[in-house]
Design a protein around this ligand. Structure first.
Ligand SMILES: Cc1ncc(C[n+]2csc(CCOP(=O)(O)OP(=O)(O)O)c2C)c(N)n1
Ligand SMILES: [Mg+2]
Length: 303
């Protein structure tokens, strides 16, 4: 099937979508801050923060649309919330109450996995199965830069390529696998590696949700048009340590941490939309109220 390639203009989000992107980013930030606070109180055992990843997660999830099935890793909290996982459901696993706090069927969002890259094979197998059932909607799988060095990822990319599986691989490259820098574990980019397996790919910066939204919209159009996989590598900054159990100051320079914080995608996008007159003080106040109520609910449920 011929693929209609979409231009930048055709994939640019409209103003309502831009406000939606920002709202989801602000909600995810509020939930993340509350989860880290609760972890410090000993209520959660652990929390892998998604601070710095919000634009990549919200932009990709919104572009994929509600019909896609999402297979996450363990840090995709902004995607989970956007899919309809409630904040209470999201935190339940990290309190040790359950292996998965949400109903994966209801939200079409698989349980988190800590087994690096295992989910990439699950995603490809699921996409192949969906096609056998005559269902053509695609699967989005999230994976980190470090996990792409696992054998499972190579198997998954190869299988997706030869089976022409409708899978969007979203690689959030935050430059670190815990304390191992990405440049010490690969000689090419992940996007280049995908092409070696016969998978079309793109690499984009992940600070601006609109860039991510546009790239993932084009990737989705490719998958739907070609019935073939696509990989988008998104370069993001990890603001906090790997998890709340990690002291990144030990292995990361204070300059690097400061630069990453200064490039915060949430404040950057909020400032931009405010500057363009797309959101005003009343809009921010409404979102702040929403976030405060979520945080109060989480404290009531868990603290
Ligand atoms: C198969 C496997 N090997 C090792 C680990 C230990 N481990 C947990 S997270 C992690 C680093 C993952 O880095 P990356 O894929 O870049 O994701 P990020 O945490 O940066 O989002 C490692 C080595 C694991 N969970 N599973
Ligand atoms: Mg990483």
């Amino acid at each position: 099937m011929a693929v209609k390639s979409l231009s930048e203009n055709e994939t640019a989000p409209d103003d309502d979508t831009r406000r939606t992107l920002l709202r989801h980013m602000l909600v995810a930030r509020g939930v993340d801050e509350e989860a880290r606070r609760l972890q410090k109180q000993g209520v959660l055992d652990l929390w892998p923060s998604c601070e710095g990843h919000e634009a990549a997660q919200v932009g990709s999830a919104l572009a994929a649309g509600p019909a896609a099935t999402v297979v996450p890793s363990y840090r995709e909290h902004a995607v989970a919330l956007l899919r309809g996982v409630t904040p209470e459901e999201l935190l339940a696993q990290w309190t040790g109450r359950t292996f998965c706090g949400w109903d994966p069927h209801r939200v079409r969002f698989f349980p988190y996995t800590m087994v690096l890259a295992a989910q990439t094979l699950h995603a490809v197998g699921y996409a192949i199965g969906r096609r056998m059932q005559g269902l053509e909607d695609f699967v989005v799988v999230y994976v980190g830069d470090g996990a792409t060095s696992e054998g499972d990822m190579s198997e998954a990319m190869n299988l997706a390529a030869v089976e022409s599986a409708s899978v969007l691989f979203v690689v959030q490259n935050n430059g670190w696998a815990i304390s191992k820098p990405a440049e010490e574990q690969m000689r090419t980019s992940v996007a280049e590696r995908a092409r070696g397996f016969g998978i079309a790919s793109a690499a984009v910066p992940g600070r601006d949700p609109e860039t991510v939204f546009a790239a993932c919209s084009r990737a989705a159009a490719h998958i739907r048009g070609e019935r073939a996989p696509f990989l988008v590598e998104i370069r993001v900054g990890r603001i906090n340590g790997h998890t709340t159990a990690d002291a990144q100051e030990v292995y990361r320079s204070s300059d690097d941490i400061a630069r990453t914080k200064a490039a915060d995608p949430v404040t950057g996008y909020a400032d931009r939309l405010r500057g363009q007159g797309l959101v005003d003080a009343a809009w921010f106040a409404a979102v702040e109220t929403e976030v405060r109520e979520i945080r109060e609910r989480l404290t009531k449920e868990y603290a």
